[in-house]
Write a protein that binds this ligand. Structure first.
Ligand code: J2J
Length: 541
């Protein structure tokens, strides 16, 4: 079994158990208990298909046995690269039950990212949909298997082509033995992908114990119970729609999940009306689209009660429009796949709901705000947010260099966010210290994109920075010093796409410059350079 790369110290682990945060549940047992308590209740809706809790439980069992019969072993890693389709659920619960670890990729990820996940997690398997929105994931799988031969198993939801259909794996599971022993609650259950502020994404190991705690607490904070209908519009492999409270929080609470094939109001609004959905999570740019559409819609959205908005900063002017236009209770969520999640509470006053990003889930989430020398800042002042607690990781998987940078010696995670604390202990996000771009909730590492730009023969130097965007909050701008004849901006954008990166990493804007600023001492650091370019862009606004 894969070890937790850096575990909580024993005395803290004991405390978290004593306090009832970690209750010794696993994902497998969690689903089984729900299926036994209310077998006929509908768990999942996709189009005309409805699966009860018992049905999901049965399918997860078949896949658990099937995956092992295919030759996968407990502790193996399997990349799960699925859009919002029903198959996602039996796949991940099947893997959980077999003790195999899903590594979650986003639907937008392409070969370069997937290859990196495969290598860094030493994955032996890859689960895909056949195609989605005109993109054929089987072609990506073919390329992945060539580049990383260790990926010996490809499973497909739908038409398998040269690979193995999940339906056949399920069939094999009918006659194969069930997993002999399941995973332990303290084992790593899966790996999430970091937004990646420096360079490539890192792997985030989460245990059954710590993650299920966030599900239980989030369901409670968000008021989820067996009567709720949660509409999922964001890609549910992302930590936010997965767990805050997300689809797994909804299953924890015994709610119903409705899969929405597209986040656009034309698709989502009729579904809300038809399924009487009462909860949905959005990112700020999507909220803007929904607010505009709500002004005109003829669909009945009156079933909606609570709406989470998070992933990127929601400005108060927009937050204020939510209740009057959509008639729902707004709940701000400020979280991260590494752990810490903050929510405004449903009984908070309007100003707190509109003007803050909430407070931590757990009384034992420790928060420190420090200056660049790690000294505590005075009360009420903004500072770099450090955190540790019962569900914040102590280290990335197998990455000592990143761990030395991202964690303090006493185990605090350096979030890279600059926040301020209100007197009542609510967090207000002020910005980011790190060099990532938060493009409407999608995180882009400046360094990663720069490295790909630098590989272009017409690029001598490149610096990627965020620039303000009315709709996305931030978008990306690449400053380029050409080598010889200037390449065309469209060619550079195509270059990034052709390098096999997610489309959201393609720079929104490209600006050619003759040189970058230097200090008297010579070269300035990348960080300073990006800061000065950001300042220049802000001045132009
Ligand atoms: C400003 N910045 C925010 C917010 C996240 C719940 C919600 C979000 C995520 C997530 C998540 C923000 N205002 N409301 O995993 O469980 C920025 C911060 C943070 C980074 C984490 C969840 N909510 N952010 O977005 O791992 O900069 O998780 O450190 O993708 O998003 O990104 P990610």
């Amino acid at each position: 079994m894969i070890p937790v790369s850096q575990v909580w110290p024993e005395e803290l682990a004991r405390l978290y158990r004593q306090k009832g945060y970690w209750r010794g549940e696993t994902f497998g047992s969690m689903l089984r208990e729900r299926a036994q308590a209310h077998p006929e209740r509908i768990a999942l809706v996709e189009g005309e298909t409805r699966w009860s809790y018992a049905e999901l439980d049965r399918r997860a069992d078949l896949l658990a046995a099937g995956f092992l019969a295919e030759g996968l072993k407990p502790g193996d890693r399997v990349i799960v690269h699925l859009p919002n389709v029903l198959a996602f659920f039996p796949v991940v619960f099947g893997l959980f039950r077999a003790g195999i670890l899903p590594v979650y990729a986003l639907p937008a990820h392409r070969i370069t990212e997937i290859e990196h996940f495969a290598r860094s997690s030493e994955a032996v398997g890859y689960v895909i949909a056949d195609h989605q929105d005109g993109f054929d994931y089987r072609e990506l799988a073919t390329e992945l298997c060539q580049r990383v031969p260790a990926v010996a198993h490809v499973f497909v939801a739908g038409e398998a082509g040269p690979f193995r259909a999940l339906d056949d794996v399920s069939r094999a599971g009918e006659t194969a033995p069930a997993p002999a022993t399941g995973p332990q609650p303290s084992d790593v259950a899966f790996m999430q992908i970091s937004g990646g502020s420096t360079g490539l994404s890192k792997l985030i190991p989460r245990t059954h114990d710590d993650y299920i705690y966030t599900l239980r607490a989030s369901a409670e904070i968000c008021g989820l119970d067996g009567d709720n209908v949660f509409l999922v519009v964001l890609p549910m492999a992302h930590n936010y729609p997965m767990s805050s409270p997300g689809v797994l929080g909804a299953l924890y609470a015994g709610s119903r999940i409705v899969l929405c094939p597209s986040p656009s109001p034309e698709v989502a609004f009729p579904l809300i009306e038809r399924e009487r959905a009462d909860m949905v999570s959005l990112v700020p740019p999507l909220l803007l689209v929904w607010l505009d559409a709500a002004e005109q819609t003829t669909h009945d959205l009156s079933s909606l009660k609570v709406m989470q908005v998070g992933g990127a900063k929601l400005i108060p002017e927009v937050a204020r429009r939510v209740r009057p236009l959509l008639g729902v209770q707004l709940q701000q969520v400020f979280g991260m796949a590494e752990g810490l999640v903050n929510y405004t509470r449903l009984d908070d006053d309007d100003e707190t709901m509109i003007g803050t990003q909430g407070r931590p889930i757990s009384p034992d989430d420790e928060i420190r705000l420090v200056d660049d020398q790690d000294r505590d800042v005075p009360a009420g002042e903004p500072g770099n947010l450090l955190t540790r607690g019962p569900y914040t990781i102590r280290g990335y998987h197998n990455n000592p260099t990143a761990n030395a940078r991202s964690f303090t010696e006493d185990g605090f995670y350096r979030t890279g966010d600059i926040v301020r604390l209100t007197e009542r202990g609510y967090l207000v996000v002020q910005g980011r210290a790190g060099d990532h771009i938060n493009r409407g909730g999608e995180k882009i590492s400046a360094e990663e994109v720069e490295d790909h730009l630098l590989a272009h023969p017409g690029v001598f130097d490149a610096a990627v920075v965020s620039m303000p965007d009315e709709y996305l909050g931030e978008r990306s701008c690449a400053f380029i010093i050409a080598r010889g004849e200037k390449p065309r901006a469209v060619d550079l954008k195509r270059w990034i796409r052709e390098r096999g990166l997610a489309a959201f990493k393609v720079p929104d804007q490209i600006v050619f410059v003759d040189k970058f600023a230097a200090t008297a001492a010579g070269k300035i650091s990348r960080k300073e350079l990006r800061a000065s370019l950001r300042a220049m862009l802000a001045e132009q606004e």
